[in-house]
Ligand binder design. Structure first.
Ligand code: SF4
Ligand code: FE
Length: 491
């Protein structure tokens, strides 16, 4: 099945074997109908539905380099600089449409990173990982999978190597090597969209040394494999999703769409060798981590910009509802929000346009510029959100429940005192306030703010890469040459 619709995607999730999911003390039998989980599924479903919308087809779909078929871009190995830029454009559109994290990008980024790394391992060591992985990508494209790119291990005591941990399970590792495959144990934390995926593509989380070889494992595991358990992450205000009244929808702010993060446990999961793509090749851990991180840091120059567009729209709308849209300081703040947001987009496009073809044949972003992109993403969304809260006024955190609007007696009071500009319905003003709460404090804030900080690596991870790639020696030479300072050897 190539190019599923959103509905077909949901049906494909329902065909999986029952998953073991813990959410707020309960085991969830059917994730696709649970109100909290369903909102996150709706966000991914958009990645399927937009591929069928005529105005988005060109961005959302692409010709596969492996099969020649038209596939969803989320399963694609990038074959040009234009592909890299179209990826950023696609993520912006999706961020605009759902106002939160649509979860599917991690797998796309993992596919491209594992593809180029397995090629380089084979070239150096004579293994056949790339062919195996190419077969895997072909299947992913034909089945139009959502793949959870699994990189972040819980890590335990950060001062210790994986092999030095008191409990080795805080890193995914191989516990047994059999003739037909390996057995893995451990966990991956903060897994975006894990419950909504068809597959987990597991990668090592950091550079490994010889003593850590059992932790150097890249492999794929079906989401419904035996031994996989999900602990669903709570997000602020998530209980509002359980109130299925119309008023509950208003109080949700963004009732249709949500994100998802999980702690995923792998307890003695068997992986056949055709799904093993790295097995102890420690010297290539750096390459897979850096290339995956670079692709995902590029992604944030698209998705966060799309959500940023929603914040800017919310700022202008609430200013209109409050009767202050024409005030010059409001205009100026909205201009600043736009400037910051478009700067992030410029970074996403720039690291794509400055990318290059890898030896494996897919395209990789410029790693320095991708890290600069993400470093800006750790800052600018906070300022954009601050400006939105400034423009909104305090009502977005003090507003009475929407249920007060369904009782005629209390509604009269709310409408009298929470009225805004003439001709604006109080209910609409409340709806917009709730959306602002959601975007800057609630569930979507996890995807917009906290994920901007820590997703694809925390700020320090980018600073390490920026420092490593900044070529200070060359810049010192430029300065010294201009100052006509002779180098030691010339003197
Ligand atoms: Fe995609 Fe952005 Fe969510 Fe990462 S944070 S999965 S790039 S939408
Ligand atoms: Fe992310």
């Amino acid at each position: 099945m190539v190019l599923m619709t959103g509905k077909e995607y949901v049906e494909s999730l329902q065909r999986r074997k029952p998953l073991t999911i813990y959410l707020m003390g309960e085991k969830i039998d059917n994730p696709t109908t649970h109100p909290i989980i369903r909102a996150s599924i709706n966000s991914i479903a958009l990645t399927y539905d937009l591929a069928h919308e005529p105005e988005h087809r060109e961005i959302m779909t692409v010709k596969s380099s492996l099969t020649g078929d038209t596939i969803n871009r989320f399963c694609h190995l990038h074959t040009s600089l234009e592909d890299l830029q179209n990826k950023v454009r696609m993520l912006r559109i999706l961020g605009q449409r759902c106002g939160t994290c649509f979860q599917r990008c991690v797998g796309m980024d993992a596919l491209n990173a594992v593809f180029l790394t397995t090629y380089e391992i084979d070239r150096s060591l004579g293994t056949d990982y790339n062919q195996r992985f190419t077969d895997y990508v072909r299947t992913a494209q034909e089945k139009d999978w959502v793949i959870d790119g699994c990189m972040t291990d819980p890590k335990g005591d950060r001062s210790k190597r994986p092999s030095e941990q008191r409990d080795p399970d805080v890193y995914v590792h191989i516990t047994e090597r059999r003739d037909d495959g390996v057995v893995i144990r451990g966990a991956k934390a903060h897994q975006t969209g894990a419950v909504n995926s068809h597959e987990h593509l597991i990668m090592p989380t950091l550079a490994m040394r010889n003593e850590d070889s059992d932790f150097t494992i890249c492999c794929s595991v079906p989401a419904d494999a035996d031994g996989v358990t999900y602990y669903y992450g709570r997000q602020s205000c998530d209980l509002r999703r359980l109130d299925e009244s119309a008023e509950g929808d208003i109080d949700c702010g963004n009732p249709m769409f949500g994100g998802q993060e999980c702690l995923v446990i792998f307890e003695d999961v068997f992986v056949p060798y055709e799904r093993v793509f790295m097995n102890g090749e420690n010297e290539f851990c750096n390459r897979i981590v850096e290339s995956f991180a670079a692709y995902h840091r590029q992604s944030y120059g698209g998705c966060k910009v799309g959500v940023g567009d929603v914040l800017i729209g919310a700022a202008a709308s609430i200013a209109e509802y409050n009767g202050v849209l024409k005030a010059s300081h409001i205009r100026d703040k909205i201009t600043e929000m736009t400037h910051l947001n478009e700067t992030l987009y410029s970074c996403g496009i720039a690291c794509s346009a400055a990318g290059h073809e890898t030896d494996a044949g897919n395209y990789l972003v410029d790693i320095l510029l991708a890290n600069v992109c993400k470093q800006n993403v750790t800052r600018f969304p906070y300022e954009i959100a601050r400006l939105l809260q400034d423009i909104a006024g305090g009502l977005f955190v003090t507003c009475p429940s929407a249920k007060e609007m369904s009782n005629p007696d209390t509604r009269k009071v709310i409408e009298k005192y929470l009225v805004g500009a003439d001709d604006i319905r109080t209910e609409d003003r409340i709806k917009m306030m709730r959306l602002i709460e959601n975007l800057t404090l609630g569930r979507a804030a996890v995807g917009y703010l906290t994920e901007s900080m820590h997703g694809a690596g925390s700020p320090q991870a980018q600073r390490i890469m920026i420092n490593r790639l900044s070529n200070i020696e060359e810049k010192m030479k430029l300065a010294k040459d201009l100052a006509r300072i002779r180098q030691q050897e010339d003197a």
